[in-house]
Ligand binder design. Structure first.
Ligand SMILES: C[S@@+](CC[C@H](N)C(=O)[O-])C[C@H]1O[C@@H](n2cnc3c(N)ncnc32)[C@H](O)[C@@H]1O
Length: 417
């Protein structure tokens, strides 16, 4: 695998920004100055208001938050908006949950306006994850670059979303979707996530065993592409870096590694760095995620909301890009997977959705608990599932609507006062 060398001349590296042009594209200032109707407290669920659930359109909710104390206050945003599939989605009981019928420029502008407000809500060291599939991921990558800056794109992740299918069309089966990870600035919260080692993988990556300690290790180059004239371009132990390369560290740092026994000298006298495996830590996650398929097996517990995402994946994202007590926002909350993950990891959360079925699913997640996925639909939607988070998580339920429908009698939501 060859690694390219960035040209020294900054002018060569500078690019003209790429912009998508379409009818109806608002100026950023006009997006932020749009009018919205106020939200107010409809009910406090389980007596806590550290966490907030907004029922209504998310553009209006985001603008409301911006004017009501949340500017720069959110550490992490994960969103999984409709993917422009031109479909309606129903829950496990065949009740309408939401429509996904926007497309083209209308879709792009719908999401762009919300992203512009989300950027304002993010803390300077905050991050955003945008989950999409092949319908819109590539055009929205250009919009994300416009809104957050191309240099702040930290990863473009491919996720395996389901098992291989017997695909009837003359094409490859669709088993992937994409998650774009951007930070607001160069300094962002990052707790590197690790996957547990599979023994074969460990042996493959760390093929050597240290005779004294029995620890596994690998040997890696101590040089990198590009010529440097500073310390890292100097001679070390009578050797210059190979042609067109520089040392990865200054000579005094390399001396430190050698003193600690972390430099391997080949029989021909070439140095390489010894990197020990840390079996307890696991292997750092890369940008292809194979282990987070969405629920499709009998034993998994879900709310039954359509397009409910993998809970462990959300736990990893929340753990990687936020710290305890931070605010995590999901303004396309659906069944509240992000909110549940945030709660389990001791973060505060804000959820928004404009679907009544979503409100039901989220209330169910936090009060009754989840049901096993199963093949057969239980007649009683409120049959007690196994209690994952039930009754532990409290939140304020905010609404812009005056007449809020009762949620199945179980949760009579009425505006306070
Ligand atoms: C793909 S689902 C999210 C699923 C969620 N990630 C989960 O794990 O359950 C998209 C959600 O966005 C919501 N939504 C779409 N447009 C919205 C809008 N303008 N305001 C608020 N919510 C919206 C839909 O009601 C739907 O629940």
């Amino acid at each position: 695998m060859a690694t390219g060398i960035p040209p020294k001349d900054k002018a060569v590296r500078q690019k003209k920004p790429l912009r998508i042009v379409y009818d109806g594209k608002l100026e950023t200032a006009d997006v932020l100055s749009q009018a919205y109707s106020p939200f107010s407290l409809a009910k406090t669920v389980n007596g806590d208001d550290d966490n907030r659930l907004y029922f209504g359109d998310n553009l209006r909710a985001l603008l409301y938050m911006l004017d009501n104390g949340h500017k720069g206050a959110v550490r992490l945003i994960y969103i999984d908006p409709p993917f422009a599939t031109a479909s309606n989605f129903v829950n496990r009981n065949q009740e309408h949950a939401y429509s996904d019928c926007l497309g083209g420029a209308e879709y792009v502008e719908f999401l762009r306006e919300r992203l512009i407000v989300m950027r304002e809500l993010l803390a300077e060291d905050g991050s955003i994850y945008l989950h999409l599939d092949g319908h819109m991921a590539f055009v929205m990558k250009v919009i994300m670059d416009e809104v957050f800056g191309e240099k702040n794109c930290r990863a473009f992740i491919t996720r395996k979303k389901c098992s291989a299918k017997n695909f009837a069309k003359n094409a490859y089966g669709h088993i992937s979707d994409y998650i774009m990870f951007y930070s607001k600035t160069a300094n962002y919260v990052w707790n590197r996530p690790f996957a547990p080692w599979a023994y074969d993988g460990m042996v493959e990556q760390y093929p050597y065993i240290d005779e004294k300690t029995g620890r596994r290790y690998k040997k890696t180059p101590i040089h990198a592409p590009g010529v440097r004239n500073g310390e890292t371009g100097k001679e070390w132990r009578g050797k210059r870096p190979p042609k067109g390369k520089h040392w990865q560290h200054a000579p005094d740092k390399l001396d430190e590694f050698d003193a600690r026994g972390e430099i391997y000298w080949s029989p021909t006298g070439n140095p390489r760095r010894i990197v020990f495996c840390e079996p307890d830590k696991g292997t750092p996650f890369q940008d292809i995620w194979l282990g987070f398929r969405d629920s499709a097996n009998q034993a998994q517990k879900t709310t039954g909301y359509p397009t409910e995402k993998n809970f462990d994946m959300l736990k990893m994202i929340v753990g990687a890009s936020s710290n305890p007590k931070d605010i995590v926002l999901d303004c396309f909350a659906g069944s509240g997977t992000t909110l549940g993950a945030a709660f389990e990891l001791n973060r505060r959360w804000i959820g928004v959705d404009d679907s009544l079925e979503s409100m039901r699913a989220i209330l169910k997640r936090f009060t009754i608990g989840l049901d096993v996925y199963g093949d057969y639909v239980t007649e009683n939607r409120h049959a007690r599932g196994s209690l994952d988070l039930s009754a532990k998580c409290g939140f304020s339920f905010m609404s812009e609507k005056e007449n809020i429908p009762l949620i199945d009698g179980l949760f009579p939501i009425r505006k306070a006062g």
